[in-house]
Design a protein around this ligand. Structure first.
Ligand code: NAP
Ligand code: ZN
Length: 351
């Protein structure tokens, strides 16, 4: 075991503050990674503030699951990485590797999956601690390769915001000729726009923030709708093949189901705690479907990173020192970030 600097919160109402956590020494299949950048996901905020009744928070909690860093130590049986290599870690740090979900490349649904934070820690007891930290130790299966040509601060958010939007779009066949909606222009939403555009779809952004319209076009949208304007919404009724809903708070999801055409699908990736209401007839009338999606498996996450390398796609980030994390959370709550905060972990050195 060794000690690592980190930022943690001690309760749902306390701010994140500097602390020291224990990390295991790398075992034979493990790699130790010095963290360079960690993105701030709205899930970090939900978790820290104890907003999810179905996923209670164990305190102290060290969030962060959008990790990019450099390998510093490797176990004797590690074959894929060596000290000095760049590596990335997303929302998962372990799974059994043998169950049907793992065999299907869907490690996120493994009954034994260990999430990067707030998940029982098989090695040290208590719970896992995430990327708001100077280093992390994971089994090498969970350390992904980072394309050499990408900006690292903008690559970190790909590990959650990237894969969470890439995966359902691939599954639902988003491609040229399809009309695709993205609801909410935040961390996930702006990645959804970039991917849908890169896949060749006609992309429509739905935002509650009129001032984000220009940015939507810059990011690759073909149209931008202010969702609080009923007339603008009505113009798109029954016309979408696919809509990705990334909204983090309670909202009228039925209004978006009605915008789908026959056999259209709305995939929910946003995770507000309160149940959302959908009219049966909105689904029945055009045989529409409503799905959920949770991040992506390891192979697909690597595929997404490689796609980003090939197409020069990164997240648009505001790079901040860790000392500004509490202020960043307040801005995230106000939908005021362009479009992801990425923490420069060198700032932990002064703690
Ligand atoms: P974010 O950056 O805060 O973006 C959320 C966006 O939703 C905001 O920018 C805003 O966009 C819109 N919004 C916020 N409050 C709203 C309201 N009351 N009504 C309507 N729209 C509202 O958050 P994020 O990091 O992208 O995460 C979004 C959600 O996805 C969170 O709930 C997070 O926990 C969840 N998540 C799920 C997965 C998964 O695997 N399924 C993975 C990661 C995150 P506009 O200003 O454009 O309206
Ligand atoms: Zn996330």
């Amino acid at each position: 075991m060794y000690n690592a600097k980190a930022y943690s919160a001690g309760s749902a109402t306390s701010p994140l503050a500097s602390t020291t956590i224990a990390r295991r020494d790398p075992g034979e299949h493990d790699v130790q990674i010095d963290i360079l950048f960690c993105g701030i996901c709205h899930s970090d905020l939900h978790q820290i503030r104890g907003e999810w009744s179905s996923l209670p928070t164990v305190y102290p909690c060290v969030p962060g699951h959008e990790i990019v860093g450099r390998v510093t130590r490797v176990g004797s049986a590690v074959t894929r990485l060596e000290p000095g290599d760049l590596a990335a870690v997303g929302c998962l740090v372990d799974s059994d590797g043998t169950c049907p979900e793992c065999r299907a490349g869907l490690e996120q649904f493994c009954p034994e999956a260990t999430f990067t934070y707030n998940s029982p820690d098989k090695y040290l007891g208590n719970v896992t601690y995430g990327g708001y930290s100077e280093s992390v130790v994971v089994n090498e299966r969970f350390a992904l390769r980072v394309p050499a040509n990408l900006d690292l601060a903008g690559t970190a958010p790909l590990l959650c915001a990237g894969i969470t939007t890439y995966s359902p779009m691939r599954r639902q066949g988003v491609t040229k000729g399809k009309k695709v909606g993205v609801v909410g222009l935040g961390g996930l939403g702006h990645m959804g726009v970039k991917f849908a555009h890169a896949f060749g779809a006609h992309v429509v952004v739905f935002t509650t923030s009129p001032h984000k319209k220009d940015d939507a076009f810059q990011l690759g949208a073909d149209e931008a709708v202010v969702s609080r304007n009923a007339d603008e919404m009505e113009k798109h009724a029954g016309s979408f093949d696919f809509i990705l809903d990334t909204v983090s708070a309670d909202h009228d999801i039925d209004a978006y189901v009605k915008l789908l055409g026959r056999d259209g699908n709305l995939t929910l990736v946003g995770a507000p705690d309160k149940p959302l209401s959908v009219s049966a007839f909105s689904l029945l009338l055009r045989r529409r479907s409503l799905s959920g999606s949770l991040i992506g498996g390891l192979a697909e996450t690597q595929e997404m990173l490689d796609f980003c390398g090939a197409h020069q796609i990164t997240s648009d980030v505001e790079v901040i020192p860790i000392q500004q994390v509490n202020e960043a959370y307040e801005r995230l709550l106000r939908s005021d970030v362009k479009y992801r905060f990425s923490i420069d972990m060198a700032s932990l050195e002064s703690e």
